[in-house]
Design a protein around this ligand. Structure first.
Ligand code: PGA
Length: 256
């Protein structure tokens, strides 16, 4: 049974005080979660431990790092390794967000190294993929996403890919207010699941959570999450507003 996940990606926003206030407002809502549902908070590195402590008593709430280094350890000033993240008991890490790909030149090859290190250190990677507007306009999005998955993930074993979460985030919908329609999201998610099934078999593919990201908000979450191959969302802007994110968590599908 695949998990339904509402993942907040705070990016480089909020002070620690503001972040903890936001978390507390969300906790105060006492959201009922099914066993198959999770809320994940990808917060800046300096807030990981405090955020983890704040949610410690809340079942189905988890914390994620937003990135990890592509090297194991050593003289890499300013980097944070997968092992370090695991050593403070953080279970998730986002890998390959389009902002990392675009502003920090992270290639599919570099991301393959990060994925390996994340899995080797017991972190669950949330692997992001998705096309630019130009690629979408030339109708090449399916091949483009297939290449991203192939080059960063398809060296993984069946056991490893089963531990990985995928987030489809069309770049043209991130932070722009433009959302892929629920049909566009479903179409790509079904395509991703088919690529996974062709490579790893349908049982494995059926059990991998595929999140949608790109201007998910309280107002469109139910529509997007109700699509059969959409297993929740990776949410930027709207995750910074307590009531928005509370509604987004409540919009996750209920799978018994
Ligand atoms: P957005 O960001 O929800 O602000 O569009 C999503 C993301 O970048 O993960």
């Amino acid at each position: 049974m695949r998990k339904q996940i509402a993942a907040a990606n705070w990016k480089m926003n909020l002070t620690l005080k503001e972040g903890l206030k936001l978390i507390n407002e969300i906790l105060e809502a006492k959201i009922f979660m099914e066993p198959t549902q999770e809320a994940v908070f990808a917060v800046p590195f300096p807030y990981l431990i405090d955020t983890k402590n704040a949610i410690a008593d809340t079942p189905n709430f988890y914390v994620a790092a937003q990135n990890c280094a592509s090297e194991k350890q050593g003289a890499y000033t300013g980097e944070t390794s997968a092992q370090m993240i695991n050593s403070i008991n953080i279970p998730y890490v986002i890998i390959g967000h389009s902002e990392r790909r675009e502003y920090y030149q992270e290639t599919n090859e570099i991301l393959a190294k990060k994925i390996n290190l994340a899995l080797a250190n017991n972190l669950t990677p949330i692997f992001c993929c998705g096309e630019s507007l130009k690629i979408r306009q030339s109708d090449k999005q399916n091949e483009y996403v297939q290449k991203q998955l192939g080059e960063s993930l398809f060296h993984l074993s069946e056991e490893q890919i089963s531990k990985t979460i995928i987030a489809y985030e069309p770049i043209w919908a991130i932070g722009t207010g433009l959302t892929a329609s629920s049909e566009q999201a479903q179409e790509m998610h079904a395509h991703i699941r088919k690529i996974l099934a062709d490579k790893y078999g349908s049982v494995v593919a059926e059990n991998i959570s595929i999140l949608y990201g790109g201007s998910v908000k309280a107002i469109n979450a139910v529509d997007i999450f109700s699509q059969p191959d959409v297993d929740g969302g990776l949410v930027g802007g709207a995750s910074l507003v307590a009531n928005e994110f509370i509604t987004i968590i409540k919009s996750l599908k209920k799978i018994q």
